[in-house]
Design a protein around this ligand. Structure first.
Ligand SMILES: N[C@@H](CCC(=O)N[C@@H](CS)C(=O)NCC(=O)O)C(=O)O
Length: 217
């Protein structure tokens, strides 16, 4: 990619962090714009007038919205990820995938909702465990698209659990391969420096998803 790459994001968001990761792994120079989601900048509204969400990747004035589309642009130009993996990682519309389910598992309104979400997350994790099999990363020896999208599982899940006090959904005994993979992901030198500070995130989620709050984006 040539110059003039902009990324609009928010420090705590797994979605914008994954684009930062891909940019760093690819060695692309970019300018990062931190957004306050309660007071979005005119530039963000201009580049993503449709749903006004971050992340937005802007290349030479043209924007790409939705983190998986941005990742495709960066990591797999001209190719697309197998659809079943896409569904598993994030869900067809970001509603059924582990990310939001995990938030329900941790902060759902009542025990019944939380338990149901835990079961669903575990089912999806089992599929990923089997898919990973003996591979180091989902794509083989190198970190790829699915590994980056999986940043939520590798890092955010543990933060959600700690912030909410929920039980671990991905114990080593049940998901040894995924746990090993998660450990590799968070220990990778580029990824390590691209993850937000854990303590700050835990404090943030405690405040944002505390008792009485609803589980939203
Ligand atoms: N499916 C989207 C999800 C992005 C998303 O949920 N962004 C949230 C922050 S983590 C956002 O911008 N929320 C503000 C809003 O909805 O107004 C993606 O992968 O890019």
């Amino acid at each position: 990619m040539a110059e003039e790459v902009l990324l609009f994001g928010t420090w705590v968001s797994p979605f914008s962090r994954r684009i930062e990761l891909a940019l760093k792994l690819k060695g692309v120079q970019y300018k990062y714009v931190e957004e306050d989601l309660n007071n979005k900048s005119p530039a963000l509204l201009q580049y993503n007038p449709v749903n006004k969400k971050i992340p937005v990747l802007v290349h030479n004035g043209k924007s790409v919205v939705e983190s998986q589309s941005s990742l495709n642009t960066l990591m797999r130009p001209g190719r697309t990820i197998p659809y079943y993996l896409k569904i598993l990682i994030e869900g067809p519309s970001h509603v059924f995938g582990p990310s939001l389910l995990m938030r329900r598992a941790c902060w759902g309104a009542d025990q019944k909702e939380r338990e149901k979400a835990v079961e669903e997350v575990k089912e999806q994790l089992q599929f990923l465990e089997d898919e990973l099999n003996e591979k180091r990363f989902f794509g083989g020896e190198k970190i790829g698209f699915v590994d980056i999208v999986g940043n939520i599982i590798a890092f955010w899940f543990g933060v959600y659990e700690e912030a909410s006090g929920a039980d671990q959904v991905m114990p080593k005994e049940k998901f040894p391969k995924l746990c090993k993979w998660a450990n590799e992901i968070v220990s990778h030198s580029v990824i390590k420096e691209s993850l937000p500070p854990r303590d700050k995130m835990i404090a943030y989620y405690r405040k944002v998803f505390g008792p009485g709050t609803s589980v939203i984006d």
